[in-house]
Design a binder for this molecule. Structure first.
Ligand code: NIG
Ligand code: FE
Length: 437
């Protein structure tokens, strides 16, 4: 006989995969008002972005309590100050919902054959063309709007189950002015179909469209695409990939200029496959973030740390590309605004789970569990311009939170492959689809 399991009472339940000793009696899925008393509550706090030693020192309450009404947090603190009746959970931790500040949704179709080919010795660079971004662009062009939305929506459901309550959506597979605008419109439609808070980034320069000269595309992106996307209110930021197979430092300057002219923050895929100086230049240009950073020179760390540009780390993509790791410890020590995300895309990171990205970030980059938590919540929200609304548990913010199945956040990176999320709430409503708990 297995261990005694009693569902619906607070007695006698011990699952070896989890610290939860009880299953709650009063599930209230759907309600956007609630209150929880838990053994551990952990949350980063402002001011944002969080830098240096503060990354690894979120506020930890043992025990803690949280309450919300109309989707907004009304209490965060010790249980004895809680003004309302609460549900008590044992063996769990409450933390802010994860903010995935770098994804390539919406897209359609996978490219697992390319991963297999890379494992057999091909490189990302030499697959670019027959495979790579141009291939995802073909799949997107051939799919109907409804197919793209259905495919992407199911991934956002998976992300909700894994505790992601806010997400960046990006273009970059359109590869023509009309194609990019279509992808941005699909992103806005997708945002209306899912429970997460979404922002949309125009990845105006991702790959040079087949048959076009690079200079001609950059001109079209700056003179037609960015103005059109801005005029239609389709996007919240603009992104560029600087790489030998993509765009140059001068292209980054041109896109930065066009983005600034339309009041849009700049982001940059920088130093992913090789060193280019793009991260330092992005910082000089006042970009919101420089992302990837696998080949960031040690000498560029202080410049990034002294700037307003966040260092967005994407360890799942590093893992699957088997790429060098960025100088993450140096970035933290120097005071950079470090954030962490999945980079969900069909080429380098088909990973939807923030707990998984956090686990890889700790193992490969040497982040501490609490540093990874802060990078994946508060700082990620700041990168998306959502820092006032989500990313920390503070009264007045959206009730975006996760309930994790262990006491203390450190269990999350310790168990890659395990789903630690018992519940996820966005604006106070259950979005995890896990029902009973
Ligand atoms: O972030 N580096 C460029 N873009 C993606 C990969 C896109 C793809 O392969 O489809 C990235 O890794
Ligand atoms: Fe990316």
């Amino acid at each position: 006989m297995g261990p005694a399991t009693t569902i619906g009472t607070t007695a006698g339940y011990l699952n070896p995969g989890s610290d939860r000793r009880s299953l709650p009696v009063m599930p209230a899925p759907g309600a956007d008002r609630g209150a929880l008393v838990v053994p551990t509550l952990v949350t980063p706090t402002g001011p944002l972005p969080v830098r240096g030693g503060r990354l690894g020192r979120p506020l930890e309450l043992r025990p803690g309590a949280v309450a919300w009404e109309d989707g907004v947090l009304t209490y965060v603190g010790p249980p004895d100050g809680l003004p309302v009746e609460a549900e008590r959970l044992e063996g769990v931790t409450v933390a802010p919902g994860f903010v995935d500040c770098h994804t390539h949704l919406p897209f359609v179709g996978w490219r697992d054959d390319e991963y297999e080919a890379r494992l057999a010795g091909r490189t990302y660079r030499d697959l670019h063309g027959e495979g790579g971004i141009p291939r995802s662009a073909r799949m997107l062009a051939e799919a109907s709007d409804e197919e793209v939305l259905a495919f992407s929506r199911s991934l956002l459901q998976e992300m909700a189950a894994a505790g992601t309550t806010a997400v960046e959506l990006k273009t970059g597979y359109g590869l023509s002015v009309q194609g990019e605008l279509r992808q941005a419109r699909l992103a806005r439609r997708l945002a209306g179909l899912v429970p997460q808070a979404c922002t949309v980034t125009l990845l105006a320069c991702h790959a040079v469209p087949p048959g076009m000269r690079r200079e001609a595309w950059v001109r079209a992106a700056c003179e037609e695409l960015i103005p059109a996307a801005a005029a239609e209110g389709l996007v919240d930021a603009v992104d560029v990939w600087v790489e030998d197979v993509a765009f140059t430092a001068d292209d980054l300057r041109a896109v930065a200029e066009a983005a600034r002219a339309h009041g849009l923050p700049l982001r940059c895929h920088a130093e992913q496959l090789g060193p280019s100086g793009a991260a330092r230049l992005a910082a000089e240009l006042g970009a919101r973030s420089a992302d990837h950073l696998n080949h960031l020179g040690r000498g560029d760390v202080p410049a990034l740390a002294a700037s307003e540009t966040a260092a967005v780390l994407l360890p799942a993509s590093t893992f699957l590309l088997r790429a060098p790791t960025p100088p993450a410890r140096e970035l933290v020590a120097a005071g950079a605004a470090v954030a962490l995300a999945t980079d969900l895309n069909p080429g380098t990171s088909p990973v939807t789970s923030m707990p998984e990205a956090i686990a890889i970030g700790c193992a490969l980059y040497g982040l501490s569990p609490h540093e990874a938590l802060t990078a994946a919540t508060a700082n990620a929200a700041w990168v998306l311009g959502l820092g006032a609304r989500t990313g920390t548990l503070e009264v007045g913010k959206r009730a975006d939170l996760v309930v994790l199945d262990a006491e203390g956040f450190r269990r999350v990176p310790y168990r890659p492959g395990h789903d630690p999320v018992v519940r996820a709430y966005a604006a106070g409503r259950r979005i995890d689809g896990k029902g009973a708990y």
